[in-house]
Design a protein around this ligand. Structure first.
Ligand SMILES: Cc1cc2nc3c(=O)[nH]c(=O)nc-3n(C[C@H](O)[C@H](O)[C@H](O)COP(=O)(O)OP(=O)(O)OC[C@H]3O[C@@H](n4cnc5c(N)ncnc54)[C@H](O)[C@@H]3O)c2cc1C
Length: 411
């Protein structure tokens, strides 16, 4: 296929941003007013608000509410929809392939790597073929359709064993995504039950599986089971038990983006090593943020060996790193002064659906209960404001009835 060409008439410094997620999108918004030629190279033409994927799966928000089109939200920024597959650090060019299979490349004076992470797939038989992930809007919508379809089909099924199998759903991964999804989907299916008079409520099973010892340590429920094999009709667990007919939803964490591994640069657990200015050591014109970058957390004590711990892969950090990297990119081009990235983690809010939520947070006089914690957190995420006071972490535990029946692992 032919190679895309760039117009060289624009003499402004060229900044290329790979990725239109929390890191890339918000950096582009900050840089578009500057005297720079900014290009976002992104695999999709929208910014995806991934923390709302469980809500999209449940149907409390629609797809248009979680996806922001780049064309209308990034005026003054050139958007190229394509998949970056190689970065030539020596010649300062990014190579990509667009949706039509046509290859192109972009030259840069400054490069920001923000391609995020990918679903961590373990070496489990059948996993890649049969499990459903939760990283894209299409996966959330597919899951919703599948669950509704199972309810419809089970309602017509007279065999109780097959009916129960149709209504068994296994979520792997008891981090915030898995917990939110399990709680909200269990609430959804319970809510829909009156529409299906032939379905007994005890036939519907939502299971949360994890090798970790606890579901979000704050909730204190022990698990300790993993998945060993998956087929289209069965999920096998490490304790030897099998779940017939179970739909398997894979929320077992993320791992490094392959684009980062392909650079051949130092990494920490699949994330590109950067310094506190979000720059790649040895390549001062290259920056990385978000899930793709191992950003030192200067607010924590040094670890053994004298290294800083790394910021967790969250939107909370990616958005704030976007502000910091935009400032440092401008400074690197002679517009202002560089500053190290520093953000004290605000804690975590888990939306359990309906009126329920759980939060681990630092004390905040503005936050009184889980619901207001959730509202405050969502509002903060929306406006990117940091207003909490400092202090030790504390946990809040709120009604989790919707979860209790789902964590017994027995099916
Ligand atoms: C279900 C779920 C729930 C979550 N809930 C929360 C939460 O409540 N709070 C929180 O703080 N965080 C949450 N997170 C984590 C948060 O979404 C991520 O940490 C955040 O999105 C990271 O931002 P990023 O910019 O690094 O990557 P992303 O937002 O993932 O963006 C990466 C971008 O790069 C693009 N891309 C990838 N590869 C390429 C390539 N080769 N070429 C071009 N473009 C590419 C992608 O299409 C995407 O646009 C959640 C994540 C998930 C999946």
């Amino acid at each position: 296929m032919t190679t895309g060409t760039e117009q060289q008439s624009d003499t402004r410094p060229r900044v290329v941003i790979i990725g239109s997620g929390f890191g890339g999108f918000f950096t582009a918004r900050q840089l578009r007013m500057a005297d720079l030629h900014v290009t976002v190279l992104a695999a999709t033409d929208a910014f995806l608000y991934s923390p709302l994927l469980p809500d999209l799966a449940v149907g409390t928000v629609d797809a248009r509410s979680v996806m922001v089109p780049l064309a209308s939200s990034l005026p003054g920024v050139r958007v190229v929809v394509g998949h970056a597959d190689q970065v030539d650090l020596h010649h300062r060019r990014v190579h990509y392939i667009d949706r039509h299979g046509i290859r192109g490349d972009l030259s840069y004076d400054r490069l920001l790597l923000g391609p995020g992470s990918v679903t961590r797939l373990l070496n489990i038989t059948g996993l890649a073929e049969y499990a459903i992930g939760l990283k894209a809007a299409t996966e959330a919508l597919y899951l919703r359709d599948l669950v509704l379809q199972r309810l419809e089909e089970a309602n017509l099924q007279d065999d109780p064993v097959r009916r129960r199998a149709m209504l068994t759903f296994t979520v792997v991964g008891a981090g915030y995504a898995g917990v939110e999804l399990t709680a909200q989907m269990a609430r959804l299916t319970a809510h829909l039950l009156p529409l299906y008079p032939k379905l007994p409520s005890h036939d519907i099973h939502w299971l949360l599986v994890d090798v970790a010892e606890a579901v979000m340590p704050e909730l204190g429920r022990r698990l300790g089971v993993s998945v060993t094999a998956v087929t289209d009709t069965q999920v096998t667990l490490s304790d030897g038990s099998t779940l017939e007919g179970s739909v398997l939803i894979w929320c077992a964490g993320v791992t490094g983006n392959p684009l980062i591994a392909g650079l051949g640069l130092p990494m920490v657990k699949g994330r590109l090593t950067v310094d506190e200015f979000l720059q790649v050591p040895g390549h001062r014109e290259v920056y990385a943020i978000g899930d793709a970058a191992a950003v030192p957390d200067l607010t924590k004590p040094l670890e053994k060996g004298g290294l800083w711990p790394v910021c967790p892969p969250t939107a909370q950090h990616a958005m704030r790193q976007a502000t910091a990297v935009a400032r440092n990119i401008r400074a690197g081009l002679g517009r202002g002064a560089v500053k190290p990235y520093r953000h004290r983690d605000l804690g975590l809010v888990v939306d359990l659906g309906g009126p329920d939520a759980a939060a681990s947070r630092r004390p905040d006089p503005n936050v009184g209960d889980a619901r207001s914690a959730l509202r405050t957190s969502r509002r903060r995420a929306a406006v990117g404001r940091d207003g909490t006071s400092s202090g030790p972490s504390q946990s809040l535990i709120f009604p989790v009835e919707v979860l209790l029946g789902t964590f017994n692992g027995s099916g």
